[in-house]
Ligand binder design. Structure first.
Ligand code: FAD
Ligand code: NAI
Length: 469
């Protein structure tokens, strides 16, 4: 035709949503083109999100564990941090291995990768503009939009490299003496954890009355308590009134009952007040795809937009903005295009803050149940009674299970504590399988493990708990 390339499926964006959709469609026999504006595949998650943040959080964990071992008789010296080495390890041994692996997998599957910024020019064509200005037109039968999201900017903040988003914070330019985190959500708390361990004095300002809104308060409390001890301050129900850049630092003034009265000076500021979808940047209007005023694209359970042959997945279709939600939506979109009768129907999507301790939850929360009038029964097991938690000196955790009062099935779970993110997987499977407390209590868990706390919580509900240690 009139296009440079004609394909059955075009995928716009190569994050976890995009590469998964492209690979699945290729595996199902489709001819696939994957468009990405950056030189490496993997999107936010692999390049500047999930993966590099977890690498740095691992380093943070090693440092804090070494510090805290002094409480039980073993002391190490002050850590010597070679920032350049740490940066290179994160970039070359972690991120580059994964993004390079994706490029190889694309090649293996015969997926054509086109580098450049893609924009719809019609409902069957995308034009891709490369860095050197070259335009490649791609004609397609089906499209999957996986263009993701970007950090929300703080309104009125000056342009200054010391005022960073998560990408700037992950770049680890230096270890600021004093750092302010604006927004006490997952990014702010994860990156705050990293910089605290590296030696910065970290403060968090959050305009709501609690950290990690959307998670039950009892699960957030142990994390908040520990952060209050380690961080310089956590200012809740507090607003940033003004941010100004000066030679001696970033000057910030606050408003609110708990707010410092004087202007504070920070070496760096991390803005982590949420992410907004890229829906308005892809020429969607030329294809007739409806984008709401915030930039989200509405889809049905088959990930179809209002234009039947165009699909959308991942952060661009709405909350929760999580990599594993994007990958599961991606498979649905690719399979629907290949003619399979499938839809996205997860019963629970896990959320994990990889802080120290971790906070993890899935399905119906206690807060949801109250708000929506769902009749529940809950069982909560305190880790202070877990032999394993005590033996690793981290007994602040808790494991909470939420059951439907009528069916007795598990419908939600929340865990706070070391490794909560890994532990939650069992509960998510139980929710998907329709398990009840009996099923969980009768499943033999190895002793002494933290996973036993799920079994113990279930037994507490059944009233059959006999031996804890
Ligand atoms: P993205 O990953 O955003 O990918 C979109 C891609 O599309 C990008 O590569 C972009 O360059 C490209 N693109 C956009 N527009 C165009 C265009 N017009 N032309 C060409 N290319 C285009 N989630 C988790 O589940 N676990 C975590 O631990 C986690 N940690 C995170 C840590 C940080 C610091 C951040 C910022 C996010 C984190 N997330 C985490 C969220 C996760 O990264 C996202 O949910 C996920 O990347 C969304 O995938 P996606 O495929 O929708 O889009
Ligand atoms: P977020 O929505 O999780 O948290 C933002 C916080 O900032 C909220 O608590 C909000 O009340 C607060 N806030 C908003 N405006 C503010 C202001 N002006 N002043 C003070 N506080 C303000 O967003 P965040 O942390 O930026 O992360 C974005 C998304 O990225 C997450 O929602 C999540 O989907 C994803 N993510 C997931 C991770 C994971 O799964 N472990 C890790 C990091 C990010």
């Amino acid at each position: 035709g009139n296009n440079d390339i004609d394909t059955e499926v075009v995928v716009l964006g190569s994050g976890p949503g995009g590469y998964t959709a492209a690979f699945r469609a290729a595996d199902l026999g489709k001819k696939v083109v994957l468009i990405e504006r950056y030189a490496t595949l993997g999107g936010v998650c692999l390049n500047v999100g999930c993966i590099p943040s977890k690498a740095l959080l691992h380093t943070a964990k090693v440092i804090t564990e070494a510090e805290e071992t002094s409480h039980h008789g073993v002391s190490f010296g002050k850590p010597q941090i070679d920032l350049e080495h740490l940066r290179n390890w994160k970039a070359n041994d972690v991120v580059a291995k994964l993004t390079g692996g994706l490029a190889a997998m694309a090649k293996q599957r015969g997926v054509t990768v086109v580098q450049g910024v893609g924009k719809f020019t019609s409902s069957h064509q995308i034009a891709v503009t490369a860095a050197d200005g070259t335009v490649t037109t791609i004609g397609f039968a089906n499209a999957i939009i996986a263009a993701g999201s970007q950090a929300t900017k703080f309104p009125g903040a000056p342009e200054d490299e010391r005022i960073m988003d998560s990408t700037g914070a992950l770049a680890l330019a230096d270890i600021p003496k004093r750092m302010l985190v604006i927004g006490g959500g997952i990014i702010g708390l994860e990156m705050g954890t990293v910089y605290d361990a590296l030696g910065s004095k970290v403060s968090v300002v959050e305009f709501m009355d609690g950290l990690i809104s959307g998670c039950d308060r009892d699960l957030v409390r142990p994390l908040q308590k520990r952060m209050e001890k380690r961080f310089e301050s956590i200012m809740l129900s507090t607003k940033v009134a003004k941010i100004e850049a000066a030679n001696d630092g970033i000057h910030v003034s606050f408003e609110g009952e708990n707010a410092p009265k004087e202007t504070q000076v920070y070496d760096r500021v991390l803005v982590s007040i949420g992410r907004r979808p890229n829906g308005k940047l892809i020429g969607a209007e030329n294809a007739g795809v409806a984008v709401d005023e915030r930039g989200f694209i509405a889809v049905d359970k088959q990930m179809r937009t209002n234009v039947p042959h165009i699909f959308a997945i991942g952060d661009i279709v709405g909350q929760p903005m999580l990599a594993h939600k994007a990958t599961h939506e991606a498979k649905v979109a690719a399979e629907v295009i290949a003619g399979h009768k499938v839809e996205f129907q997860a019963m629970a999507i896990p959320s994990v803050a990889y802080t120290d301790p971790e906070v993890a939850w899935a399905g119906v929360s206690e807060t949801d149940a109250k708000a929506q009038g769902i009749a529940i029964e809950k069982a909560s097991f305190p880790w202070a009674a877990s032999g394993r938690a005590l033996s690793i000196a981290r007994s602040e955790g808790a494991t909470k299970l939420i059951f439907d009062k009528e069916t007795h099935r598990l419908i939600g779970a929340g865990i706070v504590g070391v490794n909560a993110g890994e532990l939650l997987a069992e509960a998510v499977l139980a929710i998907e399988m329709g398990a009840d407390a009996h099923d969980l209590g009768l499943t033999i868990h190895a002793h002494p493990t933290l996973s036993e706390t799920i079994c113990f919580a279930a037994e507490m509900k059944e009233g059959t708990i006999t031996d804890l240690y």
